[in-house]
Design a protein around this ligand. Structure first.
Ligand code: ATP
Length: 249
């Protein structure tokens, strides 16, 4: 199928060429040509098993492709991931945290691991995710608080690229709104580029500046939010039509 080009004038921050990932007998990703520009909020959409998590893990340098190339911030992944780690923040599945510690203590451990000198970055991030006054240990956190801590860990060190796999999973409506506002603020105030996967298309629609539609391991279309608005009244109908009902059918 034809992949439509997303056209913006910002520099390319993330690009894959013919990216393929096979797990034994499963072709999880097949020839992905993805382009993300600086400042984009790139919504990755796909049905269960479409390949979103696999793609996101590859973009975060956590897996090795079967074939094809990945360039993030001008370097090759996963080869240069050590050097790039401080520029990429990710939240994929449940992060490793010390449940007997507070959020602040967990962030302090991560700050030291990342070699970040400025101690104040911990309090700044806690403020950003509204966990400043929590003396609770993480094991006593609500799901929403755990999600905010996971996001705080991903944001530590002000990454240029933030990669989030289904971050609204399990959040209640107010948690979803808080997360959305936080991501928009990061994007607008710090020009952080965000790649975000979600099943909740209506939610993605409130955030994304462009979309990649994954279906059966292929990126079937990339489109800007404006282009999508011109083409369809709503993203759910558009995606459902494009995949022959594959998403909701
Ligand atoms: N470690 C693995 N070993 C074998 N197969 C895998 C592995 N991880 C993923 N797969 C398979 O690769 C395909 C893509 O999976 P992936 O988790 O990337 O999809 P997804 O779009 O994130 O799905 P979901 O929305 O359900 O999380 C699926 O067929 C899945 O079963």
């Amino acid at each position: 199928m034809i992949q439509e080009k997303v056209t913006t004038s910002s520099p390319v921050i993330c690009q894959t060429v013919n990216l393929t990932k096979r797990y034994r007998n499963t072709m999880a990703l097949n020839g992905i040509n993805l382009t993300v520009h600086k400042g984009d909020i790139y919504g990755l959409i796909g049905e269960n098993g479409a390949g979103k998590t696999t793609l996101i893990k590859l973009l975060a340098g956590l897996q090795t492709p079967t074939s094809g190339t990945i360039q993030v911030l001008g370097t090759d992944l996963p080869k240069d991931i050590q050097r790039m780690q401080k520029y990429i923040g990710y939240m994929i599945e449940a992060p490793a945290v010390y449940t007997d510690m507070t959020a602040e203590q967990n962030l302090e451990v991560r700050r030291l691991q990342k070699g970040l000198r400025d101690k104040k970055c911990v309090s700044d991030i806690l403020e950003l995710v509204h966990l400043t006054n929590s003396r609770k240990k993480v094991k006593n956190y609500s799901l929403g608080m755990k999600q905010r801590l996971a996001l705080a860990l991903a944001l530590l060190g002000n990454p240029e690229l933030l990669i989030l796999d289904e971050p609204v999973n399990g959040l209640d409506p107010s948690g979803i709104i808080a997360l959305r506002e936080m991501l928009l603020r990061m994007n607008r105030e710090k020009n952080v580029t965000i790649i975000i996967s979600s099943h909740i298309l209506g939610e993605l629609h409130k955030l994304a500046t462009c979309y990649g539609f994954l279906h059966d391991g292929s990126l079937i279309e990339q489109v800007t939010a404006e282009e999508l608005d011109e083409k369809a009244q709503d993203i759910e109908t558009y995606f459902t039509n494009m995949t022959g009902g594959g998403y909701f059918g």
